[in-house]
Ligand binder design. Structure first.
Ligand code: NAD
Ligand code: UD1
Length: 345
Protein backbone atom coordinates (compact mmCIF):
# COMPACT_ATOMS: atom_id res chain seq x y z
CA UNK A 1 0.00 0.00 0.00
CA UNK A 2 1.18 3.53 -0.82
CA UNK A 3 0.47 6.31 1.69
CA UNK A 4 -0.33 9.61 -0.03
CA UNK A 5 -0.26 12.62 2.31
CA UNK A 6 -2.34 15.60 1.18
CA UNK A 7 -4.08 12.98 -0.95
CA UNK A 8 -7.18 15.03 -1.83
CA UNK A 9 -5.18 17.93 -3.29
CA UNK A 10 -4.65 18.90 -6.91
CA UNK A 11 -1.49 16.97 -7.82
CA UNK A 12 -2.11 14.17 -5.31
CA UNK A 13 -5.61 13.34 -6.59
CA UNK A 14 -4.21 12.93 -10.11
CA UNK A 15 -1.42 10.78 -8.71
CA UNK A 16 -3.94 8.58 -6.84
CA UNK A 17 -5.58 7.80 -10.20
CA UNK A 18 -2.30 6.74 -11.78
CA UNK A 19 -1.29 4.69 -8.71
CA UNK A 20 -4.64 2.86 -8.67
CA UNK A 21 -4.45 2.27 -12.41
CA UNK A 22 -0.92 0.88 -12.02
CA UNK A 23 -2.32 -1.63 -9.50
CA UNK A 24 -1.20 -0.07 -6.21
CA UNK A 25 -3.44 0.11 -3.14
CA UNK A 26 -3.74 3.71 -1.95
CA UNK A 27 -4.19 5.20 1.50
CA UNK A 28 -4.80 8.95 1.34
CA UNK A 29 -4.59 11.27 4.37
CA UNK A 30 -5.72 14.88 4.16
CA UNK A 31 -6.90 17.46 6.69
CA UNK A 32 -9.01 19.01 3.88
CA UNK A 33 -7.56 22.48 4.65
CA UNK A 34 -7.21 23.13 0.91
CA UNK A 35 -9.19 20.35 -0.72
CA UNK A 36 -12.54 18.69 -0.91
CA UNK A 37 -13.21 15.00 -0.24
CA UNK A 38 -15.19 15.09 -3.47
CA UNK A 39 -11.91 14.89 -5.42
CA UNK A 40 -11.27 11.41 -4.04
CA UNK A 41 -14.85 10.28 -4.70
CA UNK A 42 -14.23 11.24 -8.31
CA UNK A 43 -10.87 9.45 -8.35
CA UNK A 44 -12.79 6.28 -7.43
CA UNK A 45 -15.40 7.01 -10.08
CA UNK A 46 -12.75 7.48 -12.77
CA UNK A 47 -10.76 4.37 -11.87
CA UNK A 48 -13.60 2.13 -10.72
CA UNK A 49 -11.33 1.26 -7.77
CA UNK A 50 -11.54 1.96 -4.06
CA UNK A 51 -8.99 3.78 -1.98
CA UNK A 52 -8.79 4.28 1.77
CA UNK A 53 -9.20 7.81 3.10
CA UNK A 54 -8.34 9.19 6.52
CA UNK A 55 -9.35 12.74 7.36
CA UNK A 56 -6.60 14.00 9.61
CA UNK A 57 -3.59 16.19 10.07
CA UNK A 58 -0.23 14.57 9.51
CA UNK A 59 1.26 16.66 12.31
CA UNK A 60 -0.77 14.44 14.68
CA UNK A 61 1.88 12.04 16.04
CA UNK A 62 -0.60 9.52 17.41
CA UNK A 63 -2.55 9.38 14.17
CA UNK A 64 0.61 8.82 12.17
CA UNK A 65 1.95 6.12 14.53
CA UNK A 66 -1.42 4.30 14.45
CA UNK A 67 -1.61 4.58 10.68
CA UNK A 68 1.73 2.85 10.23
CA UNK A 69 0.71 0.17 12.75
CA UNK A 70 -2.62 -0.48 11.07
CA UNK A 71 -1.57 -0.51 7.42
CA UNK A 72 1.25 -2.24 5.61
CA UNK A 73 2.80 0.79 3.92
CA UNK A 74 5.55 0.13 1.40
CA UNK A 75 6.29 3.76 0.46
CA UNK A 76 5.02 7.28 1.10
CA UNK A 77 4.37 10.16 -1.28
CA UNK A 78 4.38 13.35 0.77
CA UNK A 79 2.32 16.10 -0.90
CA UNK A 80 0.74 17.67 2.20
CA UNK A 81 1.70 21.27 2.77
CA UNK A 82 0.84 24.91 2.26
CA UNK A 83 1.93 26.33 -1.07
CA UNK A 84 1.06 30.00 -1.62
CA UNK A 85 4.18 32.16 -1.88
CA UNK A 86 2.53 35.49 -0.96
CA UNK A 87 0.67 33.97 2.00
CA UNK A 88 3.91 32.41 3.24
CA UNK A 89 5.50 35.89 3.49
CA UNK A 90 2.58 37.04 5.66
CA UNK A 91 2.36 33.82 7.75
CA UNK A 92 5.88 32.33 7.91
CA UNK A 93 5.35 30.47 11.20
CA UNK A 94 2.24 28.69 9.86
CA UNK A 95 4.24 27.66 6.79
CA UNK A 96 7.23 26.39 8.77
CA UNK A 97 4.91 24.59 11.18
CA UNK A 98 2.73 22.98 8.53
CA UNK A 99 5.43 22.09 6.02
CA UNK A 100 8.43 21.28 8.20
CA UNK A 101 6.71 19.88 11.30
CA UNK A 102 4.51 17.64 9.20
CA UNK A 103 7.60 16.22 7.53
CA UNK A 104 9.29 15.61 10.91
CA UNK A 105 6.24 13.82 12.34
CA UNK A 106 5.82 11.80 9.16
CA UNK A 107 9.46 10.71 8.88
CA UNK A 108 9.61 9.82 12.59
CA UNK A 109 6.55 7.61 12.19
CA UNK A 110 8.06 6.09 9.05
CA UNK A 111 11.35 5.38 10.78
CA UNK A 112 9.62 3.81 13.79
CA UNK A 113 7.73 1.51 11.38
CA UNK A 114 10.87 0.79 9.33
CA UNK A 115 9.19 2.19 6.22
CA UNK A 116 11.95 4.35 4.74
CA UNK A 117 10.97 4.90 1.11
CA UNK A 118 9.76 8.42 0.46
CA UNK A 119 8.81 10.63 -2.48
CA UNK A 120 8.77 14.32 -1.55
CA UNK A 121 6.97 17.14 -3.38
CA UNK A 122 9.67 19.73 -3.87
CA UNK A 123 9.60 22.63 -6.29
CA UNK A 124 11.64 24.47 -8.88
CA UNK A 125 11.44 27.34 -6.40
CA UNK A 126 14.49 25.81 -4.65
CA UNK A 127 16.67 27.10 -7.54
CA UNK A 128 15.90 30.71 -6.49
CA UNK A 129 16.86 33.18 -9.20
CA UNK A 130 18.62 30.94 -11.75
CA UNK A 131 22.02 32.00 -13.08
CA UNK A 132 21.87 29.58 -16.00
CA UNK A 133 19.18 27.72 -17.95
CA UNK A 134 18.12 24.97 -18.33
CA UNK A 135 18.25 24.05 -14.65
CA UNK A 136 20.05 20.87 -13.71
CA UNK A 137 19.60 19.26 -10.31
CA UNK A 138 23.14 20.10 -9.16
CA UNK A 139 22.80 23.86 -9.65
CA UNK A 140 22.99 26.15 -6.59
CA UNK A 141 19.90 26.26 -4.37
CA UNK A 142 18.41 29.24 -2.58
CA UNK A 143 15.10 30.55 -1.32
CA UNK A 144 13.48 33.93 -1.73
CA UNK A 145 10.41 33.45 0.51
CA UNK A 146 9.28 31.29 3.48
CA UNK A 147 7.47 28.79 1.21
CA UNK A 148 10.61 28.17 -0.82
CA UNK A 149 12.70 28.10 2.35
CA UNK A 150 10.45 25.42 3.82
CA UNK A 151 11.06 23.23 0.74
CA UNK A 152 14.80 23.83 0.91
CA UNK A 153 14.96 23.05 4.64
CA UNK A 154 12.95 19.85 4.14
CA UNK A 155 15.29 18.77 1.33
CA UNK A 156 18.23 19.32 3.72
CA UNK A 157 16.55 17.45 6.58
CA UNK A 158 15.88 14.49 4.30
CA UNK A 159 19.51 14.49 3.10
CA UNK A 160 20.62 13.94 6.72
CA UNK A 161 18.67 10.69 7.06
CA UNK A 162 20.82 8.32 4.96
CA UNK A 163 23.91 9.89 6.53
CA UNK A 164 22.59 8.83 9.94
CA UNK A 165 21.89 5.34 8.55
CA UNK A 166 25.53 5.07 7.47
CA UNK A 167 26.78 6.14 10.92
CA UNK A 168 24.49 3.72 12.75
CA UNK A 169 24.68 1.07 10.02
CA UNK A 170 20.89 0.76 10.04
CA UNK A 171 19.07 -1.37 7.57
CA UNK A 172 17.10 -0.74 5.46
CA UNK A 173 18.53 2.72 4.81
CA UNK A 174 16.42 5.73 3.81
CA UNK A 175 15.72 6.02 0.12
CA UNK A 176 14.23 9.33 -1.01
CA UNK A 177 13.21 10.94 -4.30
CA UNK A 178 12.96 14.73 -4.17
CA UNK A 179 10.70 15.63 -7.09
CA UNK A 180 11.18 19.25 -8.10
CA UNK A 181 8.04 20.22 -10.01
CA UNK A 182 8.14 23.03 -12.52
CA UNK A 183 4.69 24.55 -13.29
CA UNK A 184 1.87 22.00 -13.08
CA UNK A 185 -1.22 22.81 -15.17
CA UNK A 186 -4.05 20.88 -16.82
CA UNK A 187 -6.44 18.33 -15.44
CA UNK A 188 -7.50 14.73 -15.91
CA UNK A 189 -8.96 14.24 -19.38
CA UNK A 190 -12.30 13.13 -17.90
CA UNK A 191 -12.84 16.72 -16.69
CA UNK A 192 -13.92 15.27 -13.34
CA UNK A 193 -10.93 16.41 -11.30
CA UNK A 194 -8.70 19.46 -11.58
CA UNK A 195 -7.25 22.45 -9.79
CA UNK A 196 -9.74 24.19 -7.51
CA UNK A 197 -8.05 27.04 -5.65
CA UNK A 198 -10.14 28.11 -2.63
CA UNK A 199 -9.09 31.79 -2.82
CA UNK A 200 -8.09 34.11 -5.66
CA UNK A 201 -5.63 32.09 -7.73
CA UNK A 202 -1.95 33.04 -7.61
CA UNK A 203 -0.90 30.92 -10.54
CA UNK A 204 -1.38 31.72 -14.19
CA UNK A 205 -3.56 28.84 -15.44
CA UNK A 206 -6.39 28.99 -12.87
CA UNK A 207 -6.46 32.75 -13.43
CA UNK A 208 -6.84 32.23 -17.18
CA UNK A 209 -9.60 29.62 -16.80
CA UNK A 210 -11.53 31.65 -14.21
CA UNK A 211 -11.34 34.71 -16.49
CA UNK A 212 -12.48 32.67 -19.48
CA UNK A 213 -15.48 31.35 -17.51
CA UNK A 214 -16.41 34.89 -16.43
CA UNK A 215 -15.55 34.63 -12.73
CA UNK A 216 -12.88 37.33 -13.24
CA UNK A 217 -12.95 40.38 -15.45
CA UNK A 218 -9.50 40.17 -16.99
CA UNK A 219 -6.09 38.61 -16.62
CA UNK A 220 -3.27 40.89 -15.46
CA UNK A 221 -0.05 40.00 -17.25
CA UNK A 222 2.80 40.81 -14.89
CA UNK A 223 5.27 42.63 -17.14
CA UNK A 224 6.09 42.57 -20.85
CA UNK A 225 9.61 43.96 -20.54
CA UNK A 226 11.54 40.82 -19.59
CA UNK A 227 14.43 39.65 -21.71
CA UNK A 228 12.35 36.80 -23.21
CA UNK A 229 10.83 35.88 -26.58
CA UNK A 230 7.97 38.43 -26.27
CA UNK A 231 8.83 40.23 -23.04
CA UNK A 232 6.49 38.17 -20.81
CA UNK A 233 7.68 35.62 -18.23
CA UNK A 234 8.74 32.17 -19.43
CA UNK A 235 8.04 28.96 -17.47
CA UNK A 236 8.20 25.21 -17.93
CA UNK A 237 4.53 24.17 -17.75
CA UNK A 238 3.89 20.46 -17.24
CA UNK A 239 0.60 18.59 -17.59
CA UNK A 240 -0.50 17.33 -14.18
CA UNK A 241 -1.12 13.81 -15.55
CA UNK A 242 2.50 13.65 -16.76
CA UNK A 243 3.55 14.86 -13.33
CA UNK A 244 1.38 12.19 -11.68
CA UNK A 245 2.99 9.50 -13.85
CA UNK A 246 6.40 10.78 -12.70
CA UNK A 247 5.38 9.88 -9.15
CA UNK A 248 4.43 6.36 -10.17
CA UNK A 249 7.85 5.99 -11.82
CA UNK A 250 9.56 7.29 -8.68
CA UNK A 251 7.63 4.80 -6.51
CA UNK A 252 8.50 1.97 -8.91
CA UNK A 253 12.16 2.93 -8.69
CA UNK A 254 12.08 3.11 -4.88
CA UNK A 255 10.50 -0.35 -4.69
CA UNK A 256 12.75 -1.92 -7.33
CA UNK A 257 15.75 -4.07 -6.53
CA UNK A 258 18.26 -1.32 -7.38
CA UNK A 259 16.17 1.34 -5.62
CA UNK A 260 17.36 4.90 -5.13
CA UNK A 261 20.58 5.27 -3.17
CA UNK A 262 20.13 7.81 -0.41
CA UNK A 263 18.49 11.04 -1.50
CA UNK A 264 18.21 11.95 -5.16
CA UNK A 265 16.61 15.06 -6.70
CA UNK A 266 14.74 14.95 -10.01
CA UNK A 267 13.41 17.82 -12.11
CA UNK A 268 9.90 17.11 -13.39
CA UNK A 269 9.16 19.47 -16.26
CA UNK A 270 9.03 19.28 -20.05
CA UNK A 271 12.30 21.11 -20.68
CA UNK A 272 10.52 23.73 -22.80
CA UNK A 273 9.90 27.33 -21.82
CA UNK A 274 6.54 28.94 -22.70
CA UNK A 275 5.78 32.65 -22.30
CA UNK A 276 2.62 34.05 -20.73
CA UNK A 277 1.43 35.35 -24.11
CA UNK A 278 2.20 32.04 -25.81
CA UNK A 279 0.15 30.26 -23.14
CA UNK A 280 -2.70 32.73 -23.45
CA UNK A 281 -2.77 32.49 -27.25
CA UNK A 282 -2.68 28.69 -27.17
CA UNK A 283 -5.57 28.70 -24.67
CA UNK A 284 -7.69 31.09 -26.74
CA UNK A 285 -6.97 29.35 -30.06
CA UNK A 286 -7.41 25.74 -28.89
CA UNK A 287 -10.54 26.40 -26.86
CA UNK A 288 -11.98 29.12 -29.06
CA UNK A 289 -12.60 31.41 -26.08
CA UNK A 290 -11.59 34.99 -25.45
CA UNK A 291 -9.53 35.90 -22.42
CA UNK A 292 -9.41 39.67 -21.84
CA UNK A 293 -6.08 40.84 -20.47
CA UNK A 294 -4.02 43.89 -19.66
CA UNK A 295 -0.31 44.35 -19.15
CA UNK A 296 0.54 45.53 -15.63
CA UNK A 297 3.91 46.06 -13.90
CA UNK A 298 6.06 43.07 -12.98
CA UNK A 299 5.07 41.04 -9.88
CA UNK A 300 7.58 41.43 -7.05
CA UNK A 301 9.84 38.40 -6.72
CA UNK A 302 9.16 37.06 -10.24
CA UNK A 303 12.00 35.82 -12.42
CA UNK A 304 12.20 36.25 -16.20
CA UNK A 305 12.55 32.62 -17.19
CA UNK A 306 12.75 29.15 -15.69
CA UNK A 307 12.87 25.75 -17.37
CA UNK A 308 14.27 22.35 -16.59
CA UNK A 309 16.90 20.01 -17.86
CA UNK A 310 14.92 16.79 -17.56
CA UNK A 311 17.59 14.30 -18.58
CA UNK A 312 18.12 12.79 -15.12
CA UNK A 313 14.46 11.82 -14.69
CA UNK A 314 14.49 10.36 -18.20
CA UNK A 315 17.62 8.32 -17.59
CA UNK A 316 17.05 7.18 -14.01
CA UNK A 317 13.25 7.07 -13.66
CA UNK A 318 12.51 6.17 -17.26
CA UNK A 319 10.03 9.05 -17.31
CA UNK A 320 9.38 11.96 -19.59
CA UNK A 321 6.46 14.26 -20.19
CA UNK A 322 4.51 13.43 -23.34
CA UNK A 323 1.55 15.83 -23.19
CA UNK A 324 1.77 18.99 -25.30
CA UNK A 325 0.79 22.60 -24.72
CA UNK A 326 -2.53 21.98 -26.56
CA UNK A 327 -3.36 19.14 -24.12
CA UNK A 328 -2.58 21.41 -21.17
CA UNK A 329 -4.87 24.24 -22.29
CA UNK A 330 -7.62 21.89 -23.55
CA UNK A 331 -7.76 19.83 -20.35
CA UNK A 332 -7.58 22.91 -18.08
CA UNK A 333 -10.58 24.38 -19.91
CA UNK A 334 -12.47 21.09 -20.00
CA UNK A 335 -12.26 20.85 -16.20
CA UNK A 336 -13.15 24.51 -15.61
CA UNK A 337 -16.03 24.65 -18.08
CA UNK A 338 -17.51 21.39 -16.73
CA UNK A 339 -17.08 22.61 -13.15
CA UNK A 340 -17.49 26.41 -13.18
CA UNK A 341 -17.46 26.48 -9.38
CA UNK A 342 -14.85 23.75 -8.96
CA UNK A 343 -15.92 20.96 -6.59
CA UNK A 344 -18.74 23.14 -5.21
CA UNK A 345 -20.98 22.26 -8.18
P1 NAD B 1 -2.90 21.33 -2.82
O1 NAD B 1 -3.10 22.43 -1.82
O2 NAD B 1 -3.99 21.05 -3.79
O3 NAD B 1 -2.55 19.97 -2.04
C1 NAD B 1 -2.00 19.93 -0.76
C2 NAD B 1 -2.93 19.09 0.12
O4 NAD B 1 -2.36 18.94 1.41
C3 NAD B 1 -4.30 19.76 0.30
O5 NAD B 1 -5.28 18.82 -0.06
C4 NAD B 1 -4.36 20.09 1.80
O6 NAD B 1 -5.67 20.00 2.30
C5 NAD B 1 -3.41 19.05 2.37
N1 NAD B 1 -2.74 19.43 3.63
C6 NAD B 1 -2.06 20.58 3.90
N2 NAD B 1 -1.53 20.52 5.12
C7 NAD B 1 -1.86 19.31 5.65
C8 NAD B 1 -1.59 18.66 6.88
N3 NAD B 1 -0.87 19.24 7.84
N4 NAD B 1 -2.09 17.41 7.08
C9 NAD B 1 -2.83 16.81 6.11
N5 NAD B 1 -3.10 17.38 4.93
C10 NAD B 1 -2.62 18.61 4.70
O7 NAD B 1 -1.54 21.65 -3.57
P2 NAD B 1 -0.86 20.98 -4.84
O8 NAD B 1 -0.73 22.03 -5.87
O9 NAD B 1 -1.50 19.70 -5.20
O10 NAD B 1 0.59 20.73 -4.25
C11 NAD B 1 0.97 19.51 -3.65
C12 NAD B 1 2.42 19.61 -3.18
O11 NAD B 1 3.24 19.95 -4.31
C13 NAD B 1 2.66 20.71 -2.14
O12 NAD B 1 3.62 20.23 -1.22
C14 NAD B 1 3.23 21.85 -2.96
O13 NAD B 1 4.07 22.69 -2.20
C15 NAD B 1 4.01 21.09 -4.02
N6 NAD B 1 4.22 21.87 -5.26
C16 NAD B 1 3.12 22.37 -5.93
C17 NAD B 1 3.32 23.12 -7.07
C18 NAD B 1 2.15 23.71 -7.82
O14 NAD B 1 2.34 24.62 -8.63
N7 NAD B 1 0.93 23.26 -7.63
C19 NAD B 1 4.61 23.34 -7.55
C20 NAD B 1 5.69 22.82 -6.87
C21 NAD B 1 5.48 22.07 -5.72
C1 UD1 C 1 4.93 30.36 -8.65
C2 UD1 C 1 5.61 30.48 -7.32
C3 UD1 C 1 6.65 29.38 -7.16
C4 UD1 C 1 6.03 28.01 -7.39
C5 UD1 C 1 5.38 28.01 -8.78
C6 UD1 C 1 4.69 26.73 -9.10
C7 UD1 C 1 5.56 32.91 -6.93
C8 UD1 C 1 6.37 34.16 -6.79
N1 UD1 C 1 6.23 31.78 -7.21
O1 UD1 C 1 5.88 30.61 -9.60
O2 UD1 C 1 7.21 29.40 -5.87
O3 UD1 C 1 7.01 27.01 -7.33
O4 UD1 C 1 4.40 29.06 -8.84
O5 UD1 C 1 3.57 26.61 -8.28
O6 UD1 C 1 4.36 32.92 -6.75
N2 UD1 C 1 1.47 35.51 -14.34
C9 UD1 C 1 0.76 36.59 -14.85
N3 UD1 C 1 -0.47 36.87 -14.33
C10 UD1 C 1 -1.04 36.13 -13.34
C11 UD1 C 1 -0.33 35.02 -12.82
C12 UD1 C 1 0.93 34.75 -13.33
O7 UD1 C 1 1.23 37.28 -15.75
O8 UD1 C 1 -2.15 36.45 -12.89
C13 UD1 C 1 2.77 35.18 -14.92
C14 UD1 C 1 3.93 35.26 -13.93
O9 UD1 C 1 4.50 36.55 -13.91
C15 UD1 C 1 4.87 34.20 -14.50
C16 UD1 C 1 3.94 33.16 -15.11
O10 UD1 C 1 2.71 33.83 -15.34
O11 UD1 C 1 5.66 34.75 -15.52
C17 UD1 C 1 3.69 31.96 -14.21
O12 UD1 C 1 3.28 32.42 -12.92
P1 UD1 C 1 2.82 31.42 -11.77
O13 UD1 C 1 1.81 30.48 -12.29
O14 UD1 C 1 2.47 32.24 -10.58
O15 UD1 C 1 4.13 30.55 -11.48
P2 UD1 C 1 5.62 31.00 -11.09
O16 UD1 C 1 5.80 32.46 -11.16
O17 UD1 C 1 6.54 30.16 -11.86
Amino acid sequence: MILVTGGAGYIASHTCIELLQAGYEVLAIDNLSNASKESLQRVQKITGKKLTFIKGDIRNEQLMAETFQQYNIAAVIHFAGLKAVGESCAMPLEYYDNNINSTLVLTQAMQAANCKKLVFSSSATVYGNPEKLPLTEDMPLSATNPYGRSKLIIEEILRDLPIADAIKQTNPPWSVALLRYFNPVGAHQSGLIGEDPSDTPNNLMPFITQTAIGRREKLAIFGDDYDTVDGTGVRDYIHVVDLALGHVKAVEKLLSAGGIEGVQAYNLGTGTGISVLEMLNAFAKTNKVKVPYEIVPRRAGDIAACYADVSRAKKELNWQATRQLEDMVKDSWHWQSKNPKGYKN
